[in-house]
Design a protein around this ligand. Structure first.
Ligand code: UD1
Length: 354
């Protein structure tokens, strides 16, 4: 069997790592196509080297642009790649513009498409990721759902027959890397002179939070007013938008820091008092590490993190300091995101249908 993975943005490289490993152990031929949506070394190359993923077989070098320009450039380039490789399965990941472009190109070439992380919904139609998820799920032949909630959403949309619950592949990689880190403290603590469990770790990059000057200014003020240092891992989009709007990212409690590689991110989260974010992946990573999370959004796709008390949604920026300082919730050992062996299941499902 021959599978072809299309990835392009940071969270997709994390998801690719366990899939690449499981494909290799099953003796499955695996071609990796990188669209080039993310091109900064700290958003791309570092994940390949750190997580032991072989270099992409094909790199489209598409880069940044408006949604239409970026997605269109990928679509234009992918037809020829798919035609040349003719895989048994095209595997697409998550909800980025790279996901949608690959699903669309493959389905039109009559290549079977599997969507990993299918069925997540925010029900917020302003989010580009929501457009990408819904359209990709309806285009794909096999929907690999990470959670029981995702399975329900797919059933509600009439897609039950194409759906399989496999668990969450980010859990696979998180468990492996967490165990490798062990008790080693985060290098960030020494470097920035922080107290262990005496700081918050923050990321903000969603268009809804960064693109309007007033919204971004309110969020930065909310973070700056926290009761402990807030290490803000600044995504290039945030840096670009803050500069455009004339907003300083290091003020009050805020300490601006470049993005971290995966293991450094996990150990920085583990060493923190809490995470403040608008990232989908980091909400779930915080839960899996049992670090309280404050999510600067009106809704989340990972509803289990909220239901279990480890995540609170705080769309009003002025409420960030109080939410972040809330007491740590009571322990739980439930596993809504699977057992850390989702990638093996994915490869098995693909093999069964090849
Ligand atoms: C994309 C995904 C989002 C995901 C995020 C993870 C879509 C619609 N969004 O958002 O779901 O959570 O990746 O990070 O696909 N930039 C750089 N260097 C890079 C990449 C981006 O400087 O390597 C800057 C550019 O100014 C660019 C902006 O960031 O215009 C936005 O990048 P883009 O890839 O369009 O979306 P993300 O915000 O990263």
């Amino acid at each position: 069997m021959k599978i072809l993975s299309v990835v392009g943005a940071r969270p997709q490289f994390v998801k690719l790592a366990p899939i690449a490993r499981a494909a290799a152990s099953a003796g499955v031929e695996h071609t990796i196509v990188h669209t080039g949506q993310h091109y900064d070394p700290m958003l791309s190359d570092v994940f390949f080297s750190e997580l032991g993923i072989s270099a992409p077989d094909v790199h489209l070098g598409v880069g940044s642009g408006s949604h239409g320009v970026q997605t269109g450039a990928m679509l234009g380039a992918l037809d020829a790649v798919f035609d040349e490789h003719r895989p048994d399965w095209v595997l697409v990941y998550g909800d980025t513009n790279s996901t949608l472009a690959a699903a669309l190109s493959a389905v039109k070439l009559h290549l079977p498409v599997a969507h990993l992380e299918a069925g997540l919904r925010s029900f917020n139609r302003r989010m580009p990721e929501e457009h990408n998820r819904v359209l990709t799920d309806h285009a794909a032949d096999l929907l690999l759902a990470p959670t029981a909630t995702a399975v329900e959403h797919l059933r509600d949309e009439g897609l039950a027959e194409r759906t399989v619950l496999v668990g969450d592949v980010m859990t696979d990689v998180l468990y492996q890397v967490r165990d490798a880190i062990g008790d080693t403290p985060s290098a960030l603590i020494d470097r920035l002179g922080l107290e262990p469990h005496g700081y918050y770790l923050a990321t903000i990059h969603r268009a809804d939070n960064t693109d309007e000057a007033d919204r971004l200014r309110d969020i930065v003020a909310g973070l700056a007013a926290c009761d402990r240092p807030v290490v803000l891992l600044a995504h290039p989009r945030l840096v670009a938008k803050a500069a455009e709007h004339g907003i300083t990212l290091s003020s009050g409690a805020l300490v601006e820091h470049p993005p971290l590689a995966y293991a450094d991110l996990l150990s920085a989260a583990m060493g923190s008092r809490g995470v403040i974010t608008d990232s989908g992946g980091l909400q779930k990573e915080a839960f899996l590490l049992r670090v309280p999370c404050t999510t600067v959004r009106t809704e989340t796709e990972w509803v289990e993190t909220v239901d279990l008390g480890w995540n609170v949604l705080v769309p009003e920026a002025r409420r960030i300091p109080a939410a972040a300082a809330r007491p740590t919730p009571s322990p739980t050992d439930v596993t809504p995101y699977g057992d850390g062996r989702a990638a093996e299941r994915v490869i098995r499902e693909l093999l069964d249908r090849a």
